[in-house]
Design a protein around this ligand. Structure first.
Ligand SMILES: Nc1nc2c(ncn2[C@@H]2O[C@H](COP(=O)(O)OP(=O)(O)OP(=O)(O)O)[C@@H](O)[C@H]2O)c(=O)[nH]1
Length: 319
């Protein structure tokens, strides 16, 4: 019998991707992890939850935390998200600050750089790698200019980036280089997630993301940030599985969709319930793939007035 000898120095730890909305954090997480874990969208701030993916390789395990956009708080929800973001940031081993190459360094980036600055010094300083995303969208000249501007951004705050790495999640340019750079900032340590499961996101949160994505499809303009999704229960129907016949179990999945106004409820439900049925069908297919089971999906649309500003509602909705 041969035993597998662990590599001399195995590294492990947590990395957090920050950056303004639309900076390409979710897409980059997916490119690094190699599987769709965060839900992508052309619209800002669909990533309400902290979603982790794991880069699992023989010499390292890098646990990625994809945060909601670190943005200037406008509502209580924004404030909560920022608290969550800062809490997460204090605990990670390396931060990847994403700055899209096709957009000038602006006030949003400066705001984040200033938030990061205090974390970058002292005994427990966290290294921050500046990641210039979407490099495929600009030519070499503009990329070089952008890299200089990104470098200057750190010096404005009297700090230095641990590294600066241009990447394109779209065509894979430098993604493995970035992976190596992030790993190089991790401490020596054993696998944090034995076997390296791709995600430790609770099933319920992923189910909620799939329903939210389906419910927003085509109506994002009418329901910008006014939709929260809560999975009430996932229950296996007794006696539904038949392993002998290769029949997977049937799961009853009950989900509440919260909107702020009656008019929004009407949009989600559609004429005679037609749109909600379509949302259910689309979400169910994704959930069945995710859970490897047959799914009976029960959707309820409820009005929670001004839920973004009400602390009690926020807690109920899991924020
Ligand atoms: N051309 C190109 N487009 C990209 C790249 N990475 C992301 N995008 C696009 O940029 C948009 C935003 O990407 P996301 O990954 O959703 O950005 P995000 O930072 O997670 O956004 P929030 O969830 O709003 O914080 C999407 O339309 C992506 O398709 C890239 O490397 N190249």
């Amino acid at each position: 019998m041969t035993e597998t000898v662990p590599p001399a120095e195995h590294r492990s730890g947590f990395a957090c991707l920050v950056g303004r909305p639309n900076a390409g954090k979710s897409t980059l997480t997916n490119a690094l992890v190699g599987e769709k874990v965060a839900i992508m969208s052309a619209r800002p701030q669909t990533t309400r939850h902290t979603i982790r993916g794991i880069v699992h390789r023989p010499d390292a395990q890098l646990v990625l935390v994809d945060t909601p956009g670190l943005h200037r708080p406008r509502t209580l929800l924004g404030q909560r998200l920022n608290d969550l973001v800062r809490e997460t940031l204090g605990e990670v081993d390396v931060i990847a600050f994403c700055l899209p190459a096709d957009q000038k360094v602006g006030p949003g980036d400066r705001f984040i750089a200033n938030q990061l600055a205090p974390l970058m010094t002292g005994r427990r300083a966290v290294p921050v790698v500046a990641v210039v995303t979407k490099a495929d969208l600009v030519d070499r000249g503009r990329l070089a200019e952008h890299l200089l501007a990104v470098d200057a951004l750190a010096r404005e705050a009297d700090r230095e980036w641990a590294d600066i790495v241009p990447v394109s999640a779209k065509d894979g340019f430098q993604v493995s280089t970035l992976e190596d750079v992030l790993v190089s900032h991790l401490p020596a340590g054993p696998e944090l997630y034995p076997g390296g499961e791709l995600t430790d996101e609770p099933e319920q949160v992923m189910v909620a993301e799939l329903v939210r994505e389906a419910a927003l499809e085509g109506v994002r303009d009418e329901l910008p940030h006014s939709l929260a999704v809560v999975v009430e229960e996932i229950i296996e129907r007794e006696g539904s599985a038949d392993p002998d016949k290769g029949r997977p179990p049937l799961l009853d999945v009950r989900v509440n969709l919260y909107v702020e106004r009656d008019s929004q409820k009407a949009i989600v439900i559609g004429r005679g319930g037609s749109r909600l049925r379509e949302v259910g069908t689309n979400a169910r297919q994704g959930i069945e793939r995710l859970l490897g089971a047959r799914v009976y999906l029960d959707l309820h649309v409820k009005v929670a007035r001004d839920w973004q500003r009400d602390p009690k509602q926020l807690r109920k909705l899991g924020f």
